[in-house]
Structures are given as structure tokens and as C-alpha cells.
Ligand binder design. Sequence first.
Ligand SMILES: Nc1ncnc2c1ncn2[C@@H]1O[C@H](COP(=O)(O)OP(=O)(O)OP(=O)(O)O)[C@@H](O)[C@H]1O
Ligand SMILES: [Mg+2]
Length: 342
Amino acid sequence: MYISSQSPQLAHKLTSGIDFHRSGRQGLMAYIIASTNMKGGVGKTTMTVNLATCLAKYQNKRVLIVDLDTQISATLSLMPPGEFANLRAQKKTLRTLIHEGVRGNPKLADLTRDAIQGYVCNVPNLSLLAGDIDLYDEFLVSELLHRRSVQQGRSDEFEKVWNEFEVNLIRDILGPIGNDFDVIILDCAPGYNLVTRSALLASNYYLIPSRPEPLSLIGIQLLQRRIARLKETHKDNPAVNVEMLGIAFSLSGNIFTGRYHNQVMKRLNDDFSEVKLFKTKIPVDVNISKAVDTYQPVVLSNPSCSGSKAFIQLATEFTQKLTTVARINEPPSNFLLSNLGD
Ligand SMILES: Nc1ncnc2c1ncn2[C@@H]1O[C@H](COP(=O)(O)OP(=O)(O)OP(=O)(O)O)[C@@H](O)[C@H]1O
Ligand SMILES: [Mg+2]
């Protein structure tokens, strides 16, 4: 379904009565949503930043975007490179938080609050935790964990130590700030790296931005399988409880899209319940790619173009879905990330 007529005013009217912050929640923690797809260039980051901006601007939600990709596309969609360079020089990027988290710095919460940039693109409720072109050194992390497991007399349990590290890496950063936001959206890199796995393990839901193409179908199946395996690995940890929120499509400009589109959609409808497929699809719109030059999401730089209207509609659907799943899945009592031990 193409939606091109919804105004920001209508979006606000449709969603202002939906307060998922209170509707199904016992605590006041943010919903953490990982935006992920192993396939590259499918519009993950564009969807993340526009969705987040719509939630903040038109629905009054307190939203944090966390850029987990070393390509830092989300960061550079929201601020000029000079501003990012300043943040990096001041050690206010995810790199520092990962570094301090790995070292077990007790002041991690303060460092995280300090690194978060508020009022992003002049939107009062929109915040960003900037990514970095270099997040961590895998060799040094492995060495440190190995040393730690030896010190703890658990050298024969290295895999367990690694799994504990994986589950806590992103959790430790987000746990203390969960009360400060309604929604935290994690923009994951393509592929399936340590940070993506840790992001999924810290999330309540994952969103799969995709293109309705045959190869994307395979990518979704692969991702589903990997997430199932990840959950299996951590099945003894009751805090790990990530579920799919849905699959949202940006349309490909490929000339074969038309021919394959129905076939792909039929297959998806066979594989996933209707509720998991977002009805709103983001059309190809040159204004969306041009917005990157303004260091603002298109919903701010050109709110009346067809792409922006679709993102506003998508944000309405997102909130409705989140409200529905929140009612179905009562929030886990262990939702307070900050209460989790190692
Ligand atoms: N609906 C759209 N219409 C036109 N251009 C789009 C649309 N969605 C995304 N783009 C453009 O496509 C390119 C890839 O988008 P984006 O960076 O969001 O994908 P990604 O999946 O995050 O990529 P990566 O896997 O590298 O992180 C960008 O140049 C973006 O501006
Ligand atoms: Mg991206």
C-alpha cells in the first residue's frame, strides 16, 4: 500500500492518544528496537533516522538513535562531519563507551549521558548516541576476556565468559539511560557482527527494513535463523527476550521489482503473519537520498515529499504495532536492564 496523503497533523492525531509508554508497561524503561538486516544498502539507516525523527517530532516520544555501524551513516544523516569530528575528539562516541564498558568503568552511566546529544536537528525530543569509524579491537577484547576468565578461575569456560560479554556489552551502556527515553532505536551494520548480536540481545524487538526482492527474502530467512540460534545460546538467561516487531519495505528502483514484487509478497505472506508485515511501504524518492546533503532526515528537510509522507505513515503504524505487541506480551519483570548482573 502506498500512502502519500497523510499529513503530519493527521499523524499526530492518530498517534497522540497512543501512549505505549504507559499502555502495557510496568516500568518506565524505553522500548529498545534493533533495526537490522544482514543485507547491505536496503535502506536500514534511512528508515531508522526518519522513523525516529517522526516519533519524536509528530508523536512526542522521547527517542534515542544509537549508531552501531562503523560506516556512521546514521550519525552523518543527523550532523555534519565537522560536528562528528568534535564529538570524537571529546570522546563522546560509542567507541569510548564500548572501551569503558569492556574495562568495567563504574562511571559508564555518566559517560553515556554525557555522550548523548540532545535536540538533534533542532528536534527537542530527538537524541543521538554517535557511532564511530572504529568501535573496538577484536583481538584486544578477546585477550582481555581470556585474561579475565583465567583470573576468575574459569579458563575452561571461555565460551561462557564470551557469551556473558556479548549479552552485556550494549545492555551495560543502555541500561542506566533506559528511563530517559520512550524508544531507543539501534541502527545496526549490515552483516552479523558482535555489536549486532549484543544489540539484539539487549533489545525487546527487532525491525527488519528490507526490499521486496527475492534475495532479500533469503536474507530475512538467514537472519531469522541466526536470531533463533542466538536466542537458543542464551536461553538460560531470562532477560533475553527479543521478538520480531515486523518487516518494513523500501521499494527498490530495480526494473524487475514489478515482476517479482507480487511473488515476493506472496511468499512473505505465507511465511509471516500479516501483523508482522508493515503495510506502509517507502517509495523510491530522490528527495530521500538528497536529504543526506542537508545532514537532516528527509522528514525535516522536505516534509511534504512522497517519501516523507510514507515515513510519517510508517511511524504511525510502528506505534500501533508496538502498542499491540506491548499489550499481548506483558513486559517482562526483568526488563530493568540496569538490574542485571554479569
Ligand atoms: N526510499 C528511498 N528512495 C531513494 N533513495 C533511498 C531510499 N531509501 C534509501 N535510499 C538511499 O539508498 C542508499 C542506501 O540507504 P541506507 O544507507 O539507508 O541503507 P542501509 O541498509 O543502511 O545501508 P548499509 O547496509 O550500508 O548500512 C542511501 O544513499 C540512501 O539515501
Ligand atoms: Mg546503514
